[in-house]
Design a protein around this ligand. Structure first.
Ligand code: PLP
Length: 472
């Protein structure tokens, strides 16, 4: 083997201890190959899964290759084809093969990207991925970007930066002195804000129940006029959380109006764009987000609509200094470093972590600008098609304006019938989707974010849903 390079002689057998990696590639290939044809939901129940997987921990350990083979066999009936073409539950998304493969390499390289010294190359990859994300989404070129586990932690990161900045402006150093004795800080969010915004507030000591809510319209969009009167009530450090892509309807808050009001009142404007922020890459749909680039922070996911495997969240903050102040760690054993050198822990809450920006880098490179926009537009077109197919049937109602990738369907204008149809569809297995409750009514929610879904999958799924509705 040449020093520092790849293996010199591939005709020599690999060290047998690594053969398990080849097994993993084969087993993974076998699984993903079945994604389009397998039943979408899990087949085994909780008891069966426990009896398959729960075994006594041995003293002597087991053969690694046998462990892997059995693992793959044992999980089989409990795997959900959520990465496949007809999974429309929650807002999940699949995983592009190139991103999965890059994820494997990331694990094999096993570099701690919390700091530059243990992961120089991967730190640079993340630096590049961050720049691509800024460029693709049209975020300010100087904004900070942290790679986190998901949008939950992206909110945490962005709102920590927000907390830093609004209290700094009020003469308080929250990193040093905490919240006890700090000036009061107010968080405002729309009534349909995602639960993770409140949870981030809880973790930041801001109190989930203290979030002041502003009413929303029938699509779940925050009412900007009501925000104005809430903002005018008090002059205190304030953070406003707007939303790009409501979890049920996919609707966008009136972002330009919200940003204007935040500016007028000196409030920080954060945007939850877990999936909806990706509409910014589509020339056809970017207008939905009008004004978003003037906000202060943005939380989004790579693992939903961009089809990167878990865990891939992105926290972006216009005031990069505030993000760094809120996140960075210093200690005597950590070399002093300036912002010119990429250190992961300057931008996200973890100290040690995997290079989760690498699969994102691979996905963006493979898709390119055009491919990313095409993925987003294709999913939105599918959503429109399935909405059209379903609403033509008697007793089937589509409750939302299908401007994005989400479709809310109600059957016979009845909670019971709608529940029954959802359950039948889940059992039948052609596709999988979940029920939800929107403004007090039970709905079927169809979320289309997977790279694999074709027009044929949409037709087959629409037929399966309508068949289930006839029999419900
Ligand atoms: C999924 C989602 C979140 C949470 O994202 P995670 O990646 O699951 O942490 C937040 N907001 C919205 C609108 C979402 O759809």
């Amino acid at each position: 083997m040449s020093a520092g390079g790849p293996r010199a002689d591939y005709s020599q057998p690999m060290d047998p201890r690594y053969e398990v990696l080849g097994d993993a590639a084969r087993l993974a290939g076998e699984f993903v190959d079945t994604l389009p044809s397998r039943a979408v939901g899990a087949r085994a129940d909780l008891d069966e899964l426990r009896s398959r997987l729960d075994r006594p921990l041995s003293d002597g350990g087991e053969d690694p290759r046998a462990v892997l083979e059995q693992l793959a066999r044992d999980v089989e009936p409990g795997l959900v084809a959520s990465a496949g073409p007809r999974y429309f539950g929650f807002v999940i998304g699949g995983a592009l093969p190139v991103a999965v493969a890059a994820d494997w390499l990331t694990s094999a390289w096993d570099q701690n990207t919390g700091g530059y010294p243990p992961a120089p190359a991967l730190s640079v990859i993340e630096e590049v991925a961050a720049r691509w994300v800024r460029e693709l989404l049209g975020l300010p070129s100087g904004c900070g970007i942290g790679f986190v586990t998901g949008c939950q932690m992206a909110h945490f990161t962005c709102l920590a930066a927000a907390r830093h900045a609004v209290l700094r402006d009020a003469g308080w150093d929250v990193e040093a002195d905490g919240l006890q004795g700090a000036p009061p800080l107010r968080v405002i969010a729309g009534e349909q804000a995602h639960v993770t915004v409140g949870v981030a507030c809880r973790m930041l000591g801001l109190g989930q129940e203290r979030v002041r809510t502003v009413s929303a319209d029938d699509q779940g969009r925050m009412l900007a006029a009501e925000l104005e009167s809430v903002l005018a009530e008090e002059k205190v450090p304030t953070i406003v959380c707007a939303q790009a892509g409501e979890i049920n309807t996919g609707a966008f808050d009136p972002i330009a109006a919200i940003v204007d009001r935040c500016r007028a009142h000196g409030a920080w404007c954060h945007i939850d764009g877990a999936f909806g922020l990706w509409a910014a890459v589509s020339p056809k749909r970017r207008a939905l987000l009008d004004g978003f680039e003037r906000a202060d922070s943005w939380a989004t996911d790579g693992h939903k609509w961009l089809n990167v495997p878990y865990d891939c969240g992105i926290a972006a903050v216009a005031d990069a200094g505030a993000q760094r102040e809120a996140m960075t760690s210093t200690s005597a054993y950590i070399p002093a470093h300036d912002e010119e050198v990429p250190w992961g822990f300057d931008w996200s809450p973890e100290f040690s972590r995997r290079a989760r920006g690498v699969p994102l880098y691979a996905a963006l490179r493979a898709l390119g600008r055009g491919g990313t926009a095409e993925l987003i537009d294709r999913c939105c077109d599918h959503a429109q098609r399935i909405a059209e197919r379903l609403r033509q049937a008697d007793g089937v109602e589509v409750l939302n304006d299908v401007a994005l990738n989400q479709v809310l369907v109600r059957f016979a204008d009845s909670d019971e019938v709608t529940d029954a149809v959802v359950e039948r569809v889940q059992r039948e297995g052609t596709c999988w989707l979940s029920g939800s409750n929107f403004r007090g009514r039970t709905v079927m929610r169809i979320s289309i974010v997977g790279w694999q879904t074709t027009t044929d999958d949409i037709e087959r799924s629409a037929e399966a849903i309508l068949r289930s509705a006839e029999n419900a």
